[in-house]
Design a protein around this ligand. Structure first.
Ligand code: GLU
Length: 304
């Protein structure tokens, strides 16, 4: 693929592109970000890198972390994981309580809040030091030892995260949370608070474009089969209730976060991270989605 020409085209497109929507502010600290920020970085499986904008500036990755916690829990639990969380798209907001009540405390998928809370419960049960072990995993994937949680962001969300508290307690009532609900909630909020740059994100997710192997170290992160399945879950569930639209217009496994970040994977080819904090009405980065649509159109290459 001619990534160099692609990035030249994207930089021209970006200059003419409008930017719409609002920065997420239900977590007060997220509302302080500069709405006009922009960064993008693509890393190919051959470890070639291409970037634009503030590609080394760190931002709150929020729900993007849910894919990495899924990778750890799936590796630990194998198919036992699917007794506690499904693999179906939701079609309602990411923090909805309604489906959980109807379906007896089993979340639809691991990329919505309820599913990620179950995944965090597994990390608490299975890892000696869940937060320490998880951040070590992320640092190794990204090849950068100073990636960290943001106590400022997690404290901000702790003060306002009543829905997440409700989700974890409802699942506890159904017997789908083994550990203390507050402990699990804390791990979840810390995971969401991780700050990374687009360059680091693209590097950290490259194993999902490379059949489960981290090209930086040559180490296997997850099996080929698990890598395929995580990509499938991303395609179906990674873009809030706009996942169908994203598959239709872009055609890549993806995960977005309310911090305005998006990570997308082209299995066998590349991972690409974009950060542009203004969100559309479905909670996805407005410019991020437009640029990814342009990318797969211009390269004539999606997974389909
Ligand atoms: N920490 C956020 C929440 O639980 C994550 C939301 C997201 O990025 O989807 O509300």
């Amino acid at each position: 693929m001619d990534y160099k020409s692609l990035f030249t085209e994207i930089s021209i497109l970006l200059k003419a592109m409008d930017d719409r929507g609002e920065v997420a502010s239900y977590i007060p600290e997220l509302g302080k970000v500069d709405p006009g920020s922009f960064a993008m970085h693509l890393t190919s499986v051959e470890n070639l890198g291409f970037g634009l904008g503030a590609m080394d500036e760190r931002f709150s990755i929020q729900s993007i972390a849910k894919v990495l916690s899924l990778a750890v829990a799936f590796d630990l639990e194998d198919d036992r994981l699917w007794r506690r969380v499904g693999v179906e798209p939701l079609g309602s907001p990411f923090n909805s309580l309604v489906q959980l009540e109807y379906e007896n405390g089993i979340p639809r998928n691991p990329l919505i809040n309820a599913g990620a809370l179950v995944v965090c419960d597994i990390l608490v049960s299975r890892l000696e030091h869940p937060e320490r072990d998880f951040i070590a995993f992320v640092r190794k994937l990204a090849g950068n030892p100073d990636i960290d949680y943001s106590p400022r962001i997690s404290a901000s969300e702790k003060r306002t995260g009543f829905r997440n508290a409700a989700l974890v307690n409802l699942m506890k009532a159904y017997g789908n949370i083994e550990n203390d609900a507050d402990t699990v909630l804390n791990v979840y909020l810390n995971l969401c608070s991780i700050e990374m740059s687009c360059r680091e994100l693209a590097q950290a997710f490259l194993f999902l474009a490379a059949g489960g192997v981290n090209p930086l170290t040559g180490e296997r992160v997850v099996s080929v089969s698990k890598s395929k399945r995580i990509n499938a879950i991303m395609l179906l569930c990674g873009f809030y209730d706009e996942a169908g639209e994203f598959a239709f217009k872009v055609g890549l496994p993806v995960k977005s976060g309310v911090g305005g970040g998006i990570i997308a994977i082209h299995p066998g080819n590349y991972s690409v991270a974009i950060w542009s904090p203004r969100l559309n009405e479905k909670g996805n980065s407005y410019r991020g989605m437009k640029i990814l649509e342009f990318m797969t159109t211009w390269t004539q290459s999606s997974i389909f």
